[in-house]
Design a protein around this ligand. Structure first.
Ligand code: AQP
Length: 330
């Protein structure tokens, strides 16, 4: 039986955070044996907010190396850079023509990001979810492992697949999001009501996969909690709840067991131990990343080969779409 297809992407808009890792990337790693996986560094998405070109180039390679370091195996999965496979943006144009403005107006990520960069309210930021739908549909992906923040964008991808299929004829697989409950939404360490985000202006709000152990310790020590002073897992103590989720994500120890172990030990001791859990959890990734960054030729080989594999599938699909919408064949 043919393996089902998985697609997912990550923006090189900075170094990956612990949120990206827990909510998405470590799930990508687990899926590689069972599925035919396409994993992509989505540089075209990243330019919807201002980027410094030389930083974007560096971040793209950094993210690629981090994905390899976290366990993505290029022998099993196609690992590539979005702008290397032109069919994504070509399909995106076609999908734009069946997307309703009203749907895009309702996207919370657009609302949030446009608030943050009012001076750069560009059309790309608005149509971002259409490009994301194209990324997914061009591979006929069955499953898309994402964090909870991407649920609304996934709904649009499903809608567009169905709308296209109804208007022309059965073409796209309607993809399902794969959102793991544990760690689906890691929150900012400074404001536990908003998600941990690599583009947050406050560097204390996130932990990056490449943060040094002492930075991790400092950031956890400063993480916002509350004045209740008792370790418990509830929405009222949102900061603490987030820290408990992170502890659980790295150790797999059930939350209630963590709570009962630290109940009488206080926030200080819990934070100290949590920092060590994170340092230990991230150190193999950091070491492998350092090694890979000394082997740039290997990185280049990986993204070239990945693009070839991806392009073969994507081109086939694009030709089918072009035929269905009535474009004359080349
Ligand atoms: N805080 C989070 N908790 C759980 N999952 C998360 N993801 C992102 N933040 C969290 C998941 O990571 C994958 C890649 O995300 P992305 O980098 O493509 O875009 P994003 O969701 O916009 O991530 P950031 O860090 O917030 O980036 P910026 O700051 O550039 O916008 C996705 O599957 C996402 O769900």
């Amino acid at each position: 039986m043919e393996k089902k297809i998985v697609f997912s992407g990550v923006q090189p808009s900075g170094v990956l955070t612990m949120g990206n890792y827990i909510g998405a990337i470590r799930n990508w790693v687990e899926l590689q044996d069972e599925y035919n996986c396409f994993y992509c560094v989505v540089d075209q998405h990243a330019i919807t907010v201002p980027q410094i070109p030389k930083d974007l180039r560096k971040n793209t390679l950094d993210v690629l190396a981090l994905l390899l370091a976290a366990g993505i195996d290029p022998k099993k999965s196609a690992l590539f850079i979005q702008s290397h496979v032109a069919a994504h943006s070509e399909l995106s144009w076609v999908l734009n023509t069946i997307t309703y403005m009203g749907q895009l107006n309702r996207m919370t990520q657009f609302k949030e990001k446009s608030r943050r960069s009012e001076e750069n309210l560009n059309a790309g930021l608005f149509t971002y979810p259409v490009l994301m739908a194209a990324d997914i549909l061009i591979y006929n992906a069955d499953l898309v492992p994402v964090g909870e923040d991407q649920k609304q964008h996934m709904e649009l991808a499903r809608d567009l697949a169905e709308r296209f299929n109804n208007r022309y004829s059965d073409t796209f697989t309607v993809p399902d999001p794969l959102i793991k409950k544990a760690g689906a939404r890691i929150m900012s360490l400074q404001d536990p009501t908003s998600k941990m985000s690599k583009s947050d202006k406050d560097t204390n709000a996130y932990i990056l996969l490449l943060d040094k152990p002492d930075d991790i310790r400092r950031k956890i020590k400063r993480a916002v909690t509350d004045s209740i002073g008792v370790i418990a897992y509830n929405d009222e103590q949102a900061g603490l709840k987030n820290l408990l989720n992170i502890y659980n994500a790295f150790t797999n120890e059930p939350i209630d067991e963590i709570v009962s172990r630290y109940e009488n030990l206080g926030y200080g001791k819990f934070k100290e131990d949590l920092a060590e859990v994170i340092v230990e959890g991230l150190s193999p990734i950091r070491e492998k990343y350092d090694y890979l960054m000394k082997n740039k030729d290997y990185l280049e080989e990986v993204y070239r080969e990945g693009a070839k594999k991806a392009e073969y599938q994507a081109e086939k699909m694009l030709r089918k779409v072009y035929r269905k919408v009535g474009f004359v064949q080349r």
